[in-house]
Design a protein around this ligand. Structure first.
Ligand code: F3S
Length: 63
């Protein structure tokens, strides 16, 4: 599993990095950023799914 943020959709709601701080960070304007290469280790998969389902803009995509 891998996560990506669609930057055309992200509005900086910040749920991703609040709910899954091991996978997402924020840029200087509060928009979400994927940490590292976005590959989700098994122990972070639940957090990844939580972030996906809580992004109001549906900006987080999984591969
Ligand atoms: Fe952006 Fe959604 Fe995170 S709008 S900051 S990807 S919760």
């Amino acid at each position: 599993m891998k996560v990506e943020i669609n930057f055309e959709r992200c509005q900086g709601h910040g749920r991703c990095y609040d709910l899954a701080p091991g996978l997402f960070g924020e840029d200087e304007e509060g928009y979400g950023q994927v940490l590292g290469d976005g590959v989700v280790p098994p122990e972070e998969e639940q957090a990844a799914r939580l972030a996906v389902s809580n992004c109001p803009e549906r900006a987080i995509e999984t591969l």
